[in-house]
Design a protein around this ligand. Structure first.
Ligand code: 16G
Length: 258
């Protein structure tokens, strides 16, 4: 038997004599299956029961290995369907101001939205502060599930304010880009933004919409977007599926003195 074949075979057996814990060995075996493309992005992986039978380990050990790979982002769980190999992540650059549709188009994907609600809404104190308006002023509130090629990626709640923003009630925001409309139709081009990121775990309602398991990791973002003369036009609170995104930023050291 050649070394490569022997290596492959050894990589698919859990050794009882190894100092490495069994869950860890199973993790390495599954990692190898992804590396070797035996398991491809989007593939359903075997259940805990199947893995425990196949490798002669307890279901708890199989569960631990799967959970750790979910937490590392290599797998993701879908409620009631099972665990899948993660697809290639979407990289969002944190140095350029782009909208969802623009991001997806740049990747050759078709962006869409499922509008969950769109209405006028009195701003509370926090939103009023972000949009530089008075608490109780009416803003256009838009709650959307964002989808790329049929895959739900994020939930976004936008609060938009400019003179005449109620005209947005008539727009078809399932099909059209908000940023494009703001720029081209309403003369409010999104030019710059302040954005915060925070880690969290998804709750039951959002998990159902995003088709992920309750408690999966998500990334919360809060973005205030400005038009000319730093006039705020949108405050958006969004939730991105943790296993589908990488946020990238280039850093440069200022005033480097040796
Ligand atoms: C981005 C923005 C969101 C904005 C949307 C417009 C973040 C982190 N992102 O997803 O604020 O409403 O783009 O997308 O909040 P659209 O032009 O496709 O409607």
């Amino acid at each position: 038997m050649d070394d490569l074949l022997l290596g492959r075979l050894l990589m698919s057996i859990i050794s009882r004599n190894s100092p490495l814990p069994r869950y860890y060995q199973l993790k390495e075996i599954m990692r190898e299956k992804i590396r070797g493309e035996e398991w491809k992005p989007g593939d359903l992986i075997p259940s805990e029961r199947e893995l425990s039978e196949q490798y002669g380990i307890s279901r708890m050990t199989a569960r631990q290995a799967i959970t750790e790979l979910v937490n590392e982002g290599l797998f993701y769980r879908e409620q009631g369907r099972g665990t899948f190999v993660s697809r290639h992540r979407i990289t969002q650059h944190l140095t350029q101001l782009t909208g969802f549709t623009q991001d997806m188009q740049a990747r050759g994907q078709r962006a869409s939205a499922h509008v969950l609600s769109a209405r006028m809404w009195p701003a509370d104190e926090k939103i009023a502060e972000r949009l530089h308006i008075k608490s109780g002023d009416n803003v256009f509130r838009l709650h959307r599930l964002r989808i790329a090629d049929g895959d739900p990626l994020a939930l976004e709640t936008s609060f938009i304010h400019f003179m005449g923003c109620e005209r947005l009630l008539e727009e078809d925001l399932n099909a059209h880009s908000l940023y494009h409309l703001l720029d081209v139709k309403y003369g409010q081009p999104p030019l710059e933004a302040d954005q915060e990121l925070e880690a969290g775990l998804v709750g039951a309602d959002e998990a159902r919409l995003l088709k992920i398991s309750v408690g999966s990791p998500v990334l919360y973002t809060r973005r205030t977007t400005y038009t000319e003369r730093k006039q705020p036009i949108e405050y958006a609170a969004s939730m991105y599926c943790g296993h589908k995104y990488t946020f990238y930023t280039h850093l440069q050291r200022e005033h480097f003195v040796r």
